[in-house]
Each structure stands twice: as C-alpha cells, then as structure tokens.
Design a protein around this ligand. Sequence first.
Ligand code: GLU
Length: 304
Amino acid sequence: MEYNQILEEIQLELTSYKGLGKLPDYIPELAQVDSDKFGCSIVTVEHKKHQIGDVLQKFSIQSISKVFTLAMALSFEGKDLWQRVGVEPSGSAFNSIVQLEYEKGIPRNPFINAGALVIADVLLSRINNPKAKLLEFINMLAGGSHIDINIDVYVSEKNTSAMNTSLAHMLKAYGNINNDINAVLDFYFFQCAIEMSCEELSFALLPFADHTTCFNYAGISLSASRVKRINAIMLTCGFYDESGEFSFKVGLPGKSGVGGGIVAVHPNKYSVAAWSPLLNEKGNSVMGMKALELLTTKTGLSVF
Ligand code: GLU
C-alpha cells in the first residue's frame, strides 16, 4: 500500500478545511495551542512508519488516555469491571450528567467522562502509585521514556473542573466510587494532561492493531480477547455522540480527545494517529476526522 503517497494527497485535500472548528476554551490552557497544526502517523504491523506533518510535536492526549486506563483496569478487575460500567454508546456529550442519574450511577461506557472516573477509581484501589504506573505503561507501549504530563494543562483543568466534579459526586452518591472524590478527580486530570506526539501515539496503539503482540507487562496484560473488546468499545463509543458518524465515515475503531488527537486501528494492518487542534461541535478534531475518512477511502479498506 502506498501510504506515503496517500498521506501527501490527504494533506493537500485538507487545505480547504484549514481554520474550520474551534479550540476547546473550557480548559483554558488548551486554547493556547497553535491551531494551524496537522500531523498524521501510521505504523503498520510490520513496524513500518509513514508520516506527514507535525508528527513529532507533543499535544495533550486528553480522552485518548482512556484507552490506556481501560486496558489497565481490565487487567486488574477482569470481567467484574462490567458490573460498574457498561459497554453501550451513550448518544450523549462526553460530560453529560443526565443519563448517569437515570441509570443510577452506572456510566454507559468507559470512554464518557463518568465511565473514565469509575476506571480511575478502580486503578486507585488496585495500584499503589497509579500515576507512575500509567506513565510507565504508556512509555512501554510507545517504546520510549519521555512521555509525561503537561503541568499547565493539568492545573488548568483542575481549576475549571465543575462538570467533572459534579459527575464524581453523582457517582459517589450511587456508591460507584470507593476512593476519595478529590483523589479520583486528580488522577483523571493527570491522565488527561499526558502529552504525546502522533508518532508516539501510533506506536502505543500498535498492540491494539496486532494480535500477535499481546503482552503481559508488570501485571497489565493485553490478550487477543481484551484487544477485541477494547476495539469494540472504541468502535461504538470512541467519539461520544459522534461515534456513529465516525464508524459510518471512517469504519475503524478509534478514540478522540479534546486536545485534537484521534487514534484508530485497522486490525492486522496498522495503527494511526492524527492531530489537529480545531474541534467540531462534538469535541472531535475537524481535520483529524477528515484525514482518517480520506485514509480509509483512498486505501479502500476498513473493518467493514
Ligand atoms: N479532560 C477532558 C474533560 O474531561 C477530556 C474530554 C475529551 O478529551 O474528550 O473534559
């Protein structure tokens, strides 16, 4: 497959999308980034990389971190995890609180904020130093040692956390948070503030595309069965109330973050990370979504 040529065509076609969308000013620090950036990195299961644009620049991975924390929580909790969080698309905004009350404190899935807070609670209960373990895990996946948080983003989200704090209180009221609410929120803001480049993300997601790289790393195990389940949740819930649209247009399991990043995997072929900071009204990167739509259109291949 001529991925390099396809990436060049994509970059050219994306010029008409420049400037469309909005920076996420509800986390003030995220509104400070250069909105003109675009990068896309593909790593094939043969470990060949194909890249275009700003692929080495780090950005805030935000909700993409939920893929990594879910993999960790599943390792420690096994199928008991599904007693506390569901696997259904929410059809609601990522930070919606309404559904959580109707459904008595059981979040629809691990990728909406309420679900990610429950996952954070699991990790706090199971691991001595979950922040260090999360960074260690992600560095291992990406094959490096330089991945860390952006402290300004962490502080910025912590200072503007009314919605997430409300979700955490609601979860606690329904008995679905065992640890101190502030500790759970603190871990959640930490995971969202992790910074990675497109290149690092594409390598970190490769085990989710390649069943032969299943591993057991310091108690965190990713079996073929877990990869299947996490990919299924990415496909159905990875883009909040735009998950159907992403499946329809792109046709790959994927996950977005309000830092403008999007990751996706084509099982047994490649993992891909795209980044562009301007977001659509659902909180997903305008150019990132389009880039991946063009990728599966031009390669003529998706999971369907
Ligand atoms: N830290 C963000 C929040 O909780 C994550 C949202 C996202 O990336 O979709 O609002």
